[in-house]
Design a protein around this ligand. Structure first.
Ligand code: SF4
Ligand code: SF4
Length: 99
């Protein structure tokens, strides 16, 4: 199966392995298999496949992951899919600096 690739080297995903306790939650929740497990800790295997959905950061009990979620084209595409409309991040007219 062809995997979705985000723009190269623009992903905001960060992992602090010093905080990681190896619970594997990020590996479980990530829809793009961005994380792998090595030496009892997670590491970022496929950074450019991250779509910045934020699931890993929200579910990491140690606060070891950070990512700017809910912005950019990934959020727009997901909003469109969920609402059955054109892709949109819903930022128009809100004064936000989204796009
Ligand atoms: S969810 Fe957090 S603590 Fe658990 S394996 Fe992933 S980075 Fe480590
Ligand atoms: S933000 Fe989403 S796609 Fe990116 S690593 Fe976390 S769970 Fe995976």
């Amino acid at each position: 199966m062809k995997t979705m690739q985000y723009l190269k080297d623009v992903v905001t995903l960060q992992l602090n392995r010093d905080k990681c306790t190896g619970c594997m939650m990020c590996i479980t929740v990530c829809p793009h298999e961005v994380f792998q497990f090595k030496d009892k800790k997670a590491f970022i295997q496929n950074r450019d496949q991250c779509m910045e959905c934020g699931a890993c950061a929200k579910n990491c009990p140690e606060g070891a992951i950070s990512v700017r979620s809910g912005v950019g084209c990934a959020a727009g595409i997901l909003n469109g899919l969920l609402k059955g409309t054109e892709a949109s991040c819903d930022c128009s007219g809100t004064g936000s600096d989204c796009c």
